[in-house]
Design a protein around this ligand. Structure first.
Ligand code: PEP
Length: 254
């Protein structure tokens, strides 16, 4: 039985004080969660978020990092720096970063290796565009993205990373993959992991769905056998909606 994980991706939203207030509002609502609860916040919100989440079951993550430890990389932040301020997770390879900031499978892989080496849990995003889905490329693409992102990790390390299947056409668009589509593609990703690391590793690895998941559609998505949680954008900015998604994940835990 894989423990579900619900992670919020605040994207470039909320000032530090606003983020702390959101976490304060969330704390009681998710206190009884039987899933992992994470908020991935802008870099400048990290300290306030960690402080606001102290003593609760809410964990804090970042949304990107550089793979090097330190050096002449103006504007970048390392895994060690994220750890130093209390981050425990980091979103890597989000489609917005691949699209607007030229992230590639190679740079995502370097970041994954650095995150794991430094004790951060990466939430690795993979997913296809609408054109790729319509031309039948989805399965090959998400499998290749997953295998490349994990390259260089041992099976035991793969078990501890999180994969987020995020069809690009469903992110921030209000269009959600159907429960069956999401379940099927996540099954494909799991099979790709099994192909490299074996069934035991694949069965232990948590794979989320992300893409316009909200308080209304979360129950159906979370009921799918392959779906181990959600990466939530817009709906993570509202304590009430996010806590409903956490409750839906909790309801799947026996
Ligand atoms: C995301 O940012 O990863 C995401 C899934 O966004 P949204 O839920 O708003 O579609």
């Amino acid at each position: 039985m894989r423990k579900p994980i619900i992670a919020g991706n605040w994207k470039m939203n909320l000032l530090p004080g606003e983020g702390a207030a959101l976490i304060a509002a969330l704390k009681d609502k998710v206190a009884g969660a039987k899933c992992d609860v994470v908020v991935c916040v802008p870099f400048v919100d990290l300290c306030a978020a960690v402080e606001a989440a102290a003593g609760s079951n809410i964990r804090v993550g970042a949304q990107n990092m550089h793979w090097e430890k330190s050096g002449a990389f103006t504007g970048e932040v390392s895994a060690e720096m994220l750890k130093a301020v209390g981050a425990q997770y980091v979103v890597l390879g989000h489609s917005e970063r691949r699209q607007y900031f030229a992230e590639t499978d190679e740079t995502v892989n370097k970041k994954v290796l650095s995150a794991v080496k430094n004790g951060l849990t990466p939430i690795i995003c993979v997913g296809e565009s609408l054109a790729q889905r319509e031309s039948g490329e989805t399965d090959g693409l998400v499998s290749a993205q997953t295998v490349k992102a994990l390259s260089g990790l041992a099976g035991e390390q793969v078990k501890d990373v999180i994969i987020a299947y995020e069809p690009i056409w469903a992110i921030g668009t209000g269009k959600t993959a159907t429960d069956a589509q999401a379940n099927e593609t996540i099954g494909v990703i799991r099979a790709a992991i099994a192909g490299v690391y074996g069934k035991e590793v694949a069965d232990a690895t948590r794979i989320q769905y992300g893409g316009s998941m909200n308080a209304k559609n979360c129950e159906g998505l979370m009921a799918q056998a392959e779906i181990d949680g959600g990466l939530i954008g817009g709906a993570s900015l509202k304590a009430e909606d996010f806590s409903i998604i956490v409750a839906a994940a909790t309801a799947t835990v026996q």
